[in-house]
Design a protein around this ligand. Structure first.
Ligand SMILES: *Cc1c(COP(=O)(O)O)cnc(C)c1O
Length: 389
């Protein structure tokens, strides 16, 4: 029995959103339109495609798919996640101000402070788990609130609805970096955000074989501005990369279920291990953001971090070199499990004092839990934790 008003389920959207059989052949998968230009019948008489920086059919399919998954209207894709953020900040003007989190993805922090601050845009970094701190950081010239939730690597949870309220009061935009949750687990637009950003390199692609970024919005005028920057600055992805993300998206809902279940099992194992001091996973009832995460997420994600007892960095390094299944590498969100050490890898550029002040201990270890069999992952961590530095 068909019910016409019920919105489509996420799994159905993951498989079908943005996909149409190829008009020339009926190919069910969107072809990789590996072309730079398109032949015109007469000057200006074309089929909607003139040049591939501006439009490419494979990219268009991905943009439609992402808009569908985020319950947005417009998807706008970029060569990398950083290029997506870069294009958004380029819609601001010198003198404008942005409020952001002090637990920010390192590359975003670098782009804000080392590139755009030089062009006269101001940034404040506050603890966004405290809405009062965000309110206090707002200035008349604040044009954007930039949120990341869950954060990296401490998996802190920011209340998106509370941030939307502050943005509305100010009359500024709210953007959420939704990379860690993926659209399968969190829909920021539904909680009042104006923009969603993704590093599709992570869960959307899901197979550690592509680097790509995206923005999703509802507002037509904002989409037009961002599309103008996308074409003018030219940080667009190639059709092969768009295809790989389109392919990844089709199993996003299944992968995320397994990522979440495995992460839960590993968090529980770590909590009971005598060498572990503290486990960070938003699904644990004692996680400080658990109540908000339960409200705004449909699952608690595949990222887990933990500290070891004591403060010897060598102990952490011994665990990192001791795993066999967990591969020592940056990045996250792929089918295979990864292990990383923020203090010496992703967050090495932050001075030690500042790192410690933000809760990034030398013994902090970050896991991107993959979709392998959970007992094999637990056995691997167990034998690595038995080693001494
Ligand atoms: C990886 C990542 C980015 C940057 O994306 P790239 O695709 O590497 O450019 C931004 N935000 C978060 C949370 C990320 O994990």
């Amino acid at each position: 029995m068909a019910s016409s008003n019920r919105p489509q389920g996420f799994g159905t959207k993951a498989v079908h959103a943005g996909a149409e059989p190829d008009p020339t052949t009926g190919a069910i998968m969107t072809p990789i339109y590996q072309t730079s230009t398109y032949v015109q019948a007469a000057p200006g008489d074309h089929k909607g495609y003139e040049y591939s920086r501006t439009h490419n059919p494979t990219r268009s399919a991905l943009q439609r798919a992402l808009a569908g998954l985020e319950n947005g209207k417009h998807g706008i894709c970029f060569a990398t996640g950083m290029a997506a953020i870069d294009s958004l900040i380029k819609t601001l003007r010198p003198g404008d101000h942005v409020v952001s989190t002090n637990d920010l993805y390192g590359g975003t922090y670098r782009l804000f402070t080392k590139i755009f601050q030089e062009f006269g845009i101001g940034f404040s970094f506050v603890d966004m788990t405290d809405a009062g701190q965000v309110a206090a950081a707002m200035r008349p010239e604040t044009r954007l609130i930039w949120v990341e939730t869950p954060t990296n690597p401490l998996l802190r949870i920011v209340d998106i609805a509370a941030m939307a309220e502050l943005a509305q009061k100010q009359g500024c935009l709210l953007a959420v970096d939704n990379t860690f949750a993926s659209p399968a687990l969190q829909s920021p637009l539904e909680f009042g955000a104006d923009l969603v950003m993704h590093s599709a390199t992570k869960y959307l692609g899901g197979h550690s074989d592509v680097v790509l970024g995206a923005l999703v919005v509802r507002d037509d005028a904002l989409a037009e501005k961002l599309t103008f920057v996308q074409n003018s600055s030219g940080g667009t992805p190639g059709p092969m990369d768009c295809f790989l993300v389109l392919r990844g998206i089709k199993t996003l809902h299944l992968r995320m279920q397994r990522h979440c279940a495995n992460a839960g099992a590993i968090a529980q194992f770590l909590q009971q291990n005598s060498r572990v001091e503290k486990v960070h996973w938003p699904g644990s009832p004692d996680h400080p953001g658990h109540a908000i995460a339960s409200r705004q997420m449909r699952g608690f994600g595949g990222m887990v971090s933990f500290t070891l007892k004591g403060d010897r960095m060598e102990d952490a390094l011994a665990v990192l070199s001791g795993t066999r299944l967990f591969a020592l590498a940056e990045s996250l969100g792929g089918v295979e499990s990864l292990i990383g050490h923020p203090a010496s890898m992703t967050h090495a550029s932050i001075p030690r004092e500042e790192r410690l002040r933000n809760g990034l201990a030398d013994t902090l270890i970050r896991l991107s839990v993959g979709i392998e069999d959970p007992q094999d992952l637990i056995d691997d961590l167990s034998q690595a934790l038995d080693r001494k530095g």
